[in-house]
Ligand binder design. Structure first.
Ligand code: ZN
Length: 118
């Protein structure tokens, strides 16, 4: 499953961070584009398995929070930028069918929550 390898790659990033900074990682908030080919539900489903397979116990309780970005478009004619839930072509400002996609493949770690061990 593709999302399992995505989850493992994210955990490798967390692992490097945790080894450098210490503490226990409690949560990772992720921002996901709609066109990046990563399904948020499948990623949530794969997360516990990826955690179980990871050797770093300081990551064992890490929760996963996923925010899916709306699609972004920019008009080639007038430069208007819009966000929409689905693919569209017509520019709301100049009413020409000149919208092109802007991004959509984001996979960004927005923030992580770390509890320092005392
Ligand atoms: Zn326009």
């Amino acid at each position: 499953m593709h999302e399992l390898s995505v989850a493992q790659a994210l955990l490798e990033t967390l692992d490097r961070y945790q080894r450098g900074n210490g503490g226990s990682v409690k949560k990772m908030a992720l921002t996901l584009g709609r066109l990046g080919g990563v399904d948020p539900d499948a990623l949530r489903y794969a997360w516990p398995a990826a955690l179980a397979a990871n050797g770093n116990r300081a990551l064992a309780d890490c929760g996963l929070e996923i925010e899916v970005l709306p699609l972004s478009f920019v008009c080639r004619e007038c430069g208007t930028k819009i966000k929409a839930e689905k693919l569209t072509l017509e520019c709301p400002a100049c009413h020409r069918e000149t919208l092109v996609r802007d991004g959509g493949r984001e996979l960004i770690i927005k923030h992580i929550e770390v509890e320092q061990n005392v």
